[in-house]
Design a binder for this molecule. Structure first.
Ligand code: PLP
Length: 421
């Protein structure tokens, strides 16, 4: 059947769909795959237990059960959750939020689709605006979210070496250009795929650039602050009317509840709610109702700080130690991006004789699934920058022993590639 331009755009071989297909097929292959490719959070017993308790309490009340499954919420999202969240953030950070500053979406992924197309594309006045990603590499999930083609413009990072086998990306402010054709700026903090955390100072400068053009700075806090806090470095939560802060309950441990949270100036929330009504009629209540008691009491912040963060930090430290031991000192050049947050190690093998995609395929043949780094440069023009074909994203959220086994196989395969030269 013939499809419209929209139909063709969203059925073309998008990076994220081919990646998801490949991961799905590998999982279904029956082989004993070591899964270090996806973004699934780990299962944290304390979180699971609290969610189970809340759910048990809901099921004891007919009224709560009716609210959980029997009513459509308004398109802005579940009212009680929104009121409790505004109160919590005002109490903790003095953000002066009203419920009109918060909307819920079916996962934050859906929020990005709406926001990118609200601020990027044809303005009908001769302007066609792009979404600026000031620090590539960035989250692959943004790449195909534009209804119009070529919605994103990305900027190469500044690379500094922070330790023997460690490097860090920073925003290259000399290369960042915010113009009348920029519709919004967007950064994930911490960043998927690298685990980088844009510093408070970098964020402040990006906000200033956004303010000068009167455009929003979209901060994707799916892993960040104030929750779920997969953060191993200092980073302060920031919100004001220049910022659209997107949060999510997924990485706290509720990815299946599909709950995204957008905190923004009232007119943006109103527009977003209108689009949400057309696309979804209403946002699902499940995640909001499960998390509301934790938000009302502030427990969501203490659980993030005292349970979720240490859980991932310990996994990160183990993964880094294993990889150091497996690679050793006297082999090829190798680096890990300073792991400051999220659930990934971003490995860089300078001058690797094969591309990261070929390395991915060789690892898949050894039953280790990772993601080739080349996917994570949406909006960066194709050029001969080798770096983007020299990196791998490795997820360490799953079982420590399996992650260690996978990392040893990666080290072994990289050494084998060099030995063949
Ligand atoms: N932002 C980042 C950086 C992510 O890694 C993800 C998912 O992995 C999302 C947003 C979307 O998450 P969700 O739709 O589950 O809220």
């Amino acid at each position: 059947m013939k499809l419209s331009a929209f139909g063709r755009k969203f059925t073309a071989d998008a990076g994220i769909t081919s990646l998801m297909d490949d991961l799905g097929n590998a999982m279904a292959s029956g082989e004993d795959m070591i899964m270090m490719g996806g973004g699934n959070p780990g299962h944290i017993p304390e979180i699971q237990q609290r969610v189970q308790e809340v759910l048990a309490n809901i099921t004891k009340s007919d009224e709560d059960m009716r609210r959980l499954v029997g009513v459509y919420d308004p398109p802005q999202g579940e009212k009680q959750f929104i009121a409790s969240l505004a109160a919590l953030l005002n109490r903790e950070y003095g953000w002066d939020l009203k419920p009109e500053n918060i909307a819920l979406t079916n996962g934050s992924q859906a929020a990005f689709f709406m926001l990118f197309n609200m601020f990027g594309g044809d303005y009908g006045d001769g302007h066609r605006k792009h979404i600026l990603l000031p620090l590539a590499p960035e989250y692959i999930g943004y790449a195909d979210a534009g209804i119009e083609p070529e919605l994103f413009r990305a900027v190469r990072p500044d690379i500094s070496f922070t330790d023997g086998h460690e490097f860090k990306y920073r925003v290259d402010f000399d290369a960042v250009e915010v113009t009348g054709e920029t519709g919004a700026i967007c950064v994930s903090r911490p960043t998927n795929p690298t685990g980088n955390v844009v510093t408070d100072e970098e964020l402040g400068r990006l906000e200033e650039l956004a303010r000068q053009q009167n455009i929003p700075l979209i901060v994707d806090g799916a892993y960040g602050t104030p929750f779920p806090s997969l953060l191993f470095t200092e980073a302060h939560p920031t919100w004001n009317e220049q910022i659209i802060l997107c949060l999510s309950l997924s990485k706290l441990g509720l990815p299946a509840a599909r709950t995204g949270i957008v905190i923004a100036e009232e007119s943006i929330i109103k527009a977003l709610s209108g689009i949400n009504a057309i696309m979804n009629l209403a946002t699902g209540s499940f995640g909001a109702m499960l998390a509301e008691p934790l938000v009302r009491s502030g427990e969501i912040l203490s659980l993030s700080r005292d349970v979720v963060c240490p859980f991932y930090k310990a996994k990160m430290e183990k993964a880094v130690a294993v990889f150091h031991e497996a690679m050793g000192e006297d082999t090829c050049r190798w680096y890990i991006h300073k792991p400051e947050g999220a659930m990934f190690l971003w490995l860089w093998f300078p001058d690797l004789p094969i591309s990261s995609l070929e390395l991915y395929q060789r690892l898949k043949a050894r039953n280790v699934l990772v993601v080739s780094g080349h996917y994570f440069f949406p909006g960066l023009p194709e050029d001969d920058w080798r770096h983007r074909h020299e990196c791998l994203r490795v997820t360490y959220s799953q079982d420590d022993e399996r992650v260690a086994e996978g990392l040893r196989i990666i080290a072994d395969e990289v050494k084998a590639v060099w030995a063949e030269q």
